[in-house]
Design a protein around this ligand. Structure first.
Ligand SMILES: Nc1nc2c(ncn2[C@@H]2O[C@H](COP(=O)(O)OP(=O)(O)OP(=O)(O)O)[C@@H](O)[C@H]2O)c(=O)[nH]1
Length: 240
């Protein structure tokens, strides 16, 4: 349970490179900015490109969008040592007090990276149909246990030979019934599904009924330069 449920609701958005994380955040900001006071923290490895994209999209005042340059694998800053991100979130909350919602975008990574519950109250994992219809079946902590799985860019299904309904069913099966939204920015009903989910979880948070959960540590993995990560020390903990 959050120690202070009167602060903003912190929502992470993670997923592989190019699946549409920045676009989804822009969509949420544009649809919810009249009803919620929103801030955004972006994570890029070497640039502030995602923050610049969001600022140029004009979905929020530019000052409400902060960039964290991780200088390392994205998962380092969202799971192993969340200090840089936590400071950015807390600065935003202090500068624009009160905020209702802070969205934290992870740098694009592979299927293994998830947020620590020390940083976010809930998280969305984003896949897209262009990554292949079988991705949802491959599993991983984000796909299996993020608070919401988004199967994005469903409008591209016919062009990439992916059966969207099949992919959604596979994703739902991989998640043991946890929610899945099949999303396209061109499909208003799907956007309503996304904002409806967010309003629901925000109401739970405000009512003190939302329990942050950890999708779990990454599977051990290796990088091209031979370094490996096991993350055996990962453990759930609460945050202020
Ligand atoms: N067809 C289609 N394209 C989309 C949709 N959403 C996003 N895109 C496109 O997908 C591409 C990647 O979107 P981004 O939002 O930059 O993806 P990202 O996950 O933030 O990318 P990284 O930060 O580089 O990991 C862009 O060209 C978007 O315009 C959608 O619903 N349909």
């Amino acid at each position: 349970m959050p120690e202070n449920p009167t602060r903003s609701f912190r929502l992470g958005v993670a997923g592989p490179v190019g699946t549409g994380k920045s676009s989804l955040i822009a969509l949420l900001c544009s649809r919810l900015r009249e009803e919620l006071r929103i801030g955004v923290v972006t994570n890029d490895i070497y640039t502030d490109e995602d923050a610049r994209f969001l600022r140029s999209a004009g979905v929020l005042e530019p000052e409400r969008i902060r960039a964290v340059e991780t200088g390392a694998c994205p998962h380092t800053a969202i799971r192993d040592d969340v200090t840089m991100n936590l400071l950015a979130v807390e600065d935003l909350e202090a500068d624009f007090d009160p905020l209702d919602l802070v969205l934290v975008e992870s740098g694009g990574d592979n299927l293994t990276a998830t947020f620590s519950p020390a940083l976010v109250d809930a998280q969305i994992f984003v896949l897209d149909v262009a990554g292949g219809g079988d991705v949802a079946r491959k599993g991983g902590p984000g796909i299996a246990r993020a608070d919401l799985l988004v199967v994005n860019k469903t409008d591209l299904g016919p062009y990439v030979g992916v059966d969207v309904e099949r992919m959604r069913a596979d994703a739902t099966a991989a998640r043991g019934g946890r929610p899945v939204v099949a999303l396209s920015r061109t499909d208003e009903a799907s956007i309503a599904d996304l904002t409806g989910w967010l309003r629901g979880v925000l109401a739970e948070f405000r009512g003190g009924r939302h329990e942050p959960s950890d999708p779990g540590p990454m599977a051990p993995h290796f990088h091209a330069d031979g370094t490996s990560h096991t993350h055996e020390h990962d453990h759930p903990h609460t945050h202020a």
